[in-house]
Design a protein around this ligand. Structure first.
Ligand code: UDP
Length: 256
């Protein structure tokens, strides 16, 4: 692994420019594609800078073993995994404690958005694979997972959208990359259902004054609103594509 000399590391230069050329309030380049896998019921790929998260959804399907089913609602299962090649030093294929914890955090961030009571006794499975990690994988995972759920036609109150804000010295910054996450002073991942204003994830690593916390939260919500518009555009593109396919007869079995 490349050693970084922390004493020489400048996260924000004298012109206010960050290591990847952004200003404090800028998101990384965002790329979103929905419905990219034919076999999954829903899928989405979200790229936030160099971080790439692929999410797939299966279900709702009957819950096995049956005694684990909930008679009142569907059970949401979420699995977050990092590909062995997603980080600089090969990631062991066995699920780590971090992956198990993030799976739980992501499930809890998505659950409030889903109309689980529509599907009693069933299970909805969300599987997220981080193809490349450069900071903010949990937020990219949530953005991709909520799109994959929408692509699978699962009724929701709204999409869930996430981004981190943080602190580098006395500056708040948006959408931290890996170096900022590791060598910055604080990281505040936030997920929200923009349609209702509910915050479904709020974590913090590091330290911030209460004034800075408020500024960082406001900045994260501004970022979320931008990402949300992009998620909606990507979904609209997907539905237009499907409409064209249906009108073109691609989904009808041939009578010959
Ligand atoms: N990371 C890594 N190896 C690991 C886990 C994480 O290199 O086994 C890097 C990766 O770039 C990740 C970053 O550390 O995005 C920050 O990880 P954290 O646990 O804070 O979660 P994230 O910010 O990705 O949600």
């Amino acid at each position: 692994m490349k050693e970084i000399d922390e004493s020489k590391l400048i996260l924000i230069d004298s012109n206010g420019i960050r290591t990847d050329g952004r200003r404090w309030n800028e998101l990384r380049p965002l790329r979103i594609r929905v419905g990219i896998l034919d076999r999954a019921e829903g899928s989405a790929l979200v790229e936030m800078g160099k971080t790439k998260a692929l999410a797939t959804v299966y279900g709702p399907k009957e819950m096995f073993p049956k005694h684990m089913a909930n008679p009142d609602r569907a059970i949401l299962r979420a699995a977050y995994r990092m590909a062995t090649f997603s980080v600089e030093e090969r990631k062991k294929p066995q699920p780590s404690r971090r992956e198990l914890e993030l799976s739980k955090v992501i499930k809890e961030a998505l659950e409030p958005a889903i109309m689980l009571h529509y599907y009693p006794r069933t299970v909805i499975e969300v599987y997220i694979l981080i193809l490349q990690a450069d900071g903010g994988t949990r937020t990219a995972a949530i953005n991709a997972a909520s799109l994959a759920l929408a692509d699978a036609g699962i009724p929701m109150k709204g999409l869930v959208t996430a981004v981190a804000a943080g602190r580098v010295g006395d500056q708040v910054v948006l959408d931290l990359n890996d170096v900022e996450d590791k060598y910055g002073d604080a990281d505040l991942p936030v997920a929200m259902i923009p349609a209702t204003g509910e915050i479904t994830l709020l974590q913090m690593d590091g330290t911030m004054s209460s004034d800075m916390f408020e500024r960082a939260l406001k900045l994260a919500i501004e970022g979320i609103n931008i990402i949300y518009e992009r998620q909606r555009d990507a979904l609209k593109r997907r539905f237009l594509e499907l409409k064209e396919k249906i009108l073109g007869g691609e989904f009808y079995a041939s009578r010959d």
